[in-house]
Design a protein around this ligand. Structure first.
Ligand code: SF4
Length: 374
C-alpha cells in the first residue's frame, strides 16, 4: 500500500491541513496545490515561498499518479474524444466540446431571426466544455446506452476525475469553462468523489470554473438528489426521464424499479423549491417510442406546477434497437410541449462518428481524425 499523500485527490482545505502537518504555511500550501492541480506531475521546484526542506519533505511523502492518454480523436464538428487508461487497465472517456463566444452566438441567432442566414453556421471556438466520466462502466443499464451495456467496473477516484479535466485543459488552445458529469457512469453513485472533484474545479487556485457551469446528470438516484439539495450544492442538476410513464420508463431505465417516478419527481420538486429556479430534465428522443401526443400530455401532467425545462437529446444507439426520430416527429413533440408552456431546448449531441455522442461512450476506437495533441 502506498501511504504517501496524493495531493491530486484532495480539495484545497484538505490539502492545506495535510501540508500544515509538514510545517508548510497555508499560502504556500495553496501554491503547492495550484501546481499539482494545474500542472500535474511537474514537481515542486520553483513553487514560490516553498523552503528547500519542505520541498524535500513533499518529494518524499507525496505520490503522483496519472492517467494514460491512449487516444485523442477529433470529429468533423470539432468534438474531441479522449480515451484514458486507468492504472488497473479500465478505460474511460472524456469529450471536449467546442463552444463559441456567447456574444457571437447571440448575434448569429439575431441574424437568423432577421432571415439574413439560415441553417447551422460555424462560429469561431472561444472556450470548451468537457464531458467527463465518473465511473468505469455503469451499473444502471439504461437500454439505449453503450456504457450501460459494459456493466459496472468501479468508481473513479477524485484525482482520476480531475486528471481527465487537467489533461484536456493543459493542451487546449482555449479555456475549459464548463464540466458536465455526463460521461461514463452515474455520478450520484460516486457522490463524494464527484463533489470533491467539482469543488476543486471551482477553486481560483485550480481551473476557476464557475460552480453553475458544472452540471451533474443523474438517472434518478433519489437519496443522492436529496443530499445534493440538502447540502445546497450550487452545481446544475440534470435529471434524466426518458418517459413520463413508469412502465415504459422501467423498460428504458431500469433504475425506475428502485426509485420510481413518483418518488423521483418529489425529490425534483424539493430541489426546484430549494434553488428557486428552473430544474433541467433530460429527455432522450427515440423515434416511434416516446414522442407521441400522449407522451407530451403525460410529460406536461408530470411537470404541472414545477418550474422545469426539458433538454431534448437525440438517442444515439449503435445497437440499432432505438432509432433516431425524424425531424417532423421531434418538431411536433417540441411544439406540443411549448404550447403547454414547457420550455424545451434541443441539445446538439456531437462527435457521432468517433463514438463521442451522448449514449455512445464505451471505449470505442474508431472514426474521425487521430490527433497527437490538441
Ligand atoms: S445513461 Fe448514464 S446512468 Fe444510464 S447506463 Fe448510461 S451511463 Fe449509466
Amino acid at each position: 500500500v502506498d501511504e504517501r499523500l496524493n495531493l491530486q485527490d484532495m480539495d484545497l482545505p484538505e490539502s492545506e491541513r495535510a501540508l500544515a502537518a509538514l510545517g508548510i504555511p497555508a499560502p504556500v500550501a495553496r501554491r503547492v496545490w495550484c501546481r499539482v492541480h494545474r500542472e500535474g506531475g511537474a514537481g515542486f521546484e520553483g513553487v514560490r515561498g516553498l523552503r528547500a526542506e519542505h520541498r524535500r519533505a513533499l518529494e518524499e511523502r507525496t505520490a503522483f499518479h496519472d492517467l494514460e492518454v491512449l487516444e485523442r480523436r477529433r470529429a468533423a464538428d470539432g468534438f474531441v474524444k479522449y480515451l484514458f487508461r486507468l492504472g488497473d487497465g479500465h478505460l474511460v472517456e472524456a469529450v471536449r466540446i467546442p463552444l463559441p463566444d456567447p456574444g457571437d452566438a447571440r448575434a448569429l441567432k439575431e441574424r437568423r431571426r432577421r432571415g439574413e442566414v439560415s441553417g447551422l453556421q460555424p462560429l469561431p471556438v472561444a472556450k470548451y466544455t468537457l464531458c467527463v466520466s465518473a465511473q468505469a462502466g455503469c451499473a444502471l443499464g439504461c437500454a439505449f446506452c453503450a456504457t450501460g451495456r459494459l456493466g459496472f467496473a468501479r468508481n473513479l477516484e477524485t484525482w482520476e476525475i480531475l486528471a481527465q479535466v487537467r489533461h484536456v485543459a493543459v493542451e487546449a488552445g482555449h479555456p475549459v469553462r464548463g464540466v458536465v458529469f455526463m460521461g461514463m457512469g452515474e455520478p450520484l453513485l460516486n457522490y463524494d468523489n464527484v463533489m470533491r472533484a467539482a469543488a476543486a474545479l471551482t477553486r481560483s487556485a485550480g481551473l476557476s470554473i464557475a460552480a453553475k457551469a458544472i452540471s451533474v446528470s443523474t438517472a434518478g438516484v433519489v437519496p443522492a438528489i436529496r443530499r445534493f439539495t440538502a447540502e445546497a450544492r450550487r452545481h446544475r442538476l440534470i435529471v434524466s426521464l426518458a418517459s413520463p410513464f413508469p412502465q415504459e420508463r422501467e423498460r428504458l431505465m431500469p433504475i425506475e424499479r428502485r426509485w420510481p417516478l413518483g418518488e423521483l419527481m418529489a425529490a425534483v420538486r424539493e430541489h426546484a423549491r430549494a434553488i428557486d429556479d428552473l430544474v433541467t430534465l433530460a429527455y432522450v428522443a427515440i423515434g416511434g417510442v416516446n414522442l407521441t401526443a400522449e407522451h407530451a400530455r403525460g410529460l406536461v401532467a408530470l411537470l404541472a406546477g414545477l418550474r422545469a425545462k426539458i433538454d431534448l437529446i437525440d438517442v444515439n444507439d449503435e445497437s440499432g434497437a432505438f432509432p433516431r426520430a425524424a425531424e417532423e416527429e421531434i418538431a411536433a413533440f417540441r411544439r406540443r410541449l411549448l404550447d403547454a408552456g414547457v420550455p424545451v431546448i434541443r441539445r446538439y449531441s456531437g462527435g457521432q462518428e468517433i463514438g463521442a455522442a451522448c449514449g455512445t461512450l464505451a471505449g470505442s476506437r474508431r472514426g474521425g481524425e487521430l490527433v497527437a495533441g490538441c
